[in-house]
Ligand binder design. Structure first.
Ligand code: 5GP
Ligand code: ZN
Length: 139
């Protein structure tokens, strides 16, 4: 289940070269060409899914099993003290390659990377209301 025009399907197939760090039956992992920091790795399912909502729980479990293998090795090699697992869904969230992928990014305490600027709710009620609305929508 691959798409011939998909960049990451072509990387998995070997049509386009990549710096592979890990591969098993379900996932392929390689270095991001424009890393947040060196060692920044992309973990992708071998099957083409547009985003995480297209994957079932079994597929995502293969990804996280790979995270748990790759991240300690990446931290050891880079000297990172921590790491992110980041995943962008849809253009509005910064997704640029529409074959779902998980970024594993090494971090050090003083590396200067900022992921978001915290905001706040108008009041506690607004926060409770938001949680209630989301709970009601969960199927
Ligand atoms: P997104 O913005 O969709 O979450 O992440 C896509 C990522 O793919 C980006 O971080 C980008 O640097 C990386 N990328 C795009 N094209 C290539 C490529 O041809 N090879 C590799 N290794 N990474 C790529
Ligand atoms: Zn694909």
């Amino acid at each position: 289940m691959q798409e011939k025009d998909c960049l990451f399907c072509r990387i998995i197939n070997g049509d386009i070269p990549s710096s592979k760090v890990y591969e098993d039956e379900f996932v392929y992992a390689f270095l991001d060409i424009a890393p947040g920091f060196p060692g920044h790795t992309l973990i992708v399912p071998k099957k083409h899914y547009k985003n995480i909502l297209d994957m079932d729980a079994k597929e995502t479990s293969h990804i996280f099993a790979a995270v748990q293998k790759i991240a300690p090795a990446m931290m050891k090699v880079t000297g990172a003290e921590g790491f992110h697992v980041l995943q962008n869904n849809n253009e509005a969230a910064g997704q640029t390659v529409f074959h779902t992928h998980f970024h594993v990014i090494p971090r050090k305490a003083d590396d200067g990377m900022t992921l978001w600027t915290p905001t706040s709710y108008e009041n506690k009620e607004k926060m409770l209301e938001m949680a209630q609305k989301i709970r009601n929508e969960i199927q």
